[in-house]
Design a protein around this ligand. Sequence first.
Ligand code: PEP
Ligand code: MN
Length: 350
Amino acid sequence: MVVVMAPEATDADIAHVVEKVEGVGGSAFVSKGLVRTIIGLVGDIDSFHGLNLRTLPGVADVHRISDPFKLVSRQHHADRSTVWVGPRGHQVPIGPDTFTFIAGPCAVESEQQTLEAVEMAKAAGASIMRGGAFKPRTSPYAFQGLGVRGLEILAGVREATGLPVVTEVVDARDVPVVAEHADMLQIGTRNMANFGLLQAAGDAGKPVLLKRGMTATIEEWLMAAEYIAQRGNLDVVLCERGIRTFEPATRNTLDISAVPVVQAKSHLPIIVDPSHAGGLRELVVPLSRAAVAVGADGVIVDVHPNPEDALCDGPQALFGSDLRSLAQAMRQLPPVLGRHDAGAKVRTTA
Ligand code: PEP
Ligand code: MN
């Protein structure tokens, strides 16, 4: 941390800052310039925050040098992490050596629709299935999901297909029941900063897929991940799903540069959701290709057996022909970037 003193700061002001810092066990290194003095602080940053340095006489500014997040930062954990998803004996990796293709319906509507969608996904090469039982809809009049019945359908389809399940939890009270049925808990864009939900998900004992808030900076997103990590759960995968910009041609703007930026700052895996980013099926294949090329650790894609009948997000669900193009891209492109198909790297040890 660096404290910048105002030009009119007195020697007594500087000495006061030094005394405060040393009072909490830190060290202060004073560097006097012609006009201004800066003071470099070394020690426990959290105790410096408690000093309210910005309010001391003669202090013009305070700058943080290290990242505000710790457990998820690469500054403290240089190697990128792999998160394993699935029951013991069938765990699919999401991490730096593999590329993980996740697909399934936006929402669980019925047993048959979910099974058909996941079978399509599996045939296209997906190794984890998605599907929402609790849907966080913008309108309270829109289909809200089947709730616990949807979770039961997902568990049944996992039984039938063998694919681990990721599904969203929107309310902290539902975390136990979702964790009981799913292999990975999804926190959606609308709940990224719901800190009580993040903590509850962190306590659930299952990996968490944390989507980026639609108006969140990368730092805010990583701080949200820190809430989960702080509960002792480092099995967190980040998901870039597009952010709000002034551009109306797409549902959101896929911030593709977030992928390498996050990978430089955090050891956590990061995947891309081209379906919710673009909001249109014709964008899903090109954005998925971009995700592979930029170095993402996977993609999560909406598929539906009859997109025209979908109760949620039909315009972005892939038709069979698009799914064939996606399957081809997911097979051919990751190896070019030195990545193995996650489905071929399943951990079968108990
Ligand atoms: C979803 O994945 O079903 C979803 C609602 O996504 P997001 O939170 O990114 O809008
Ligand atoms: Mn959706």
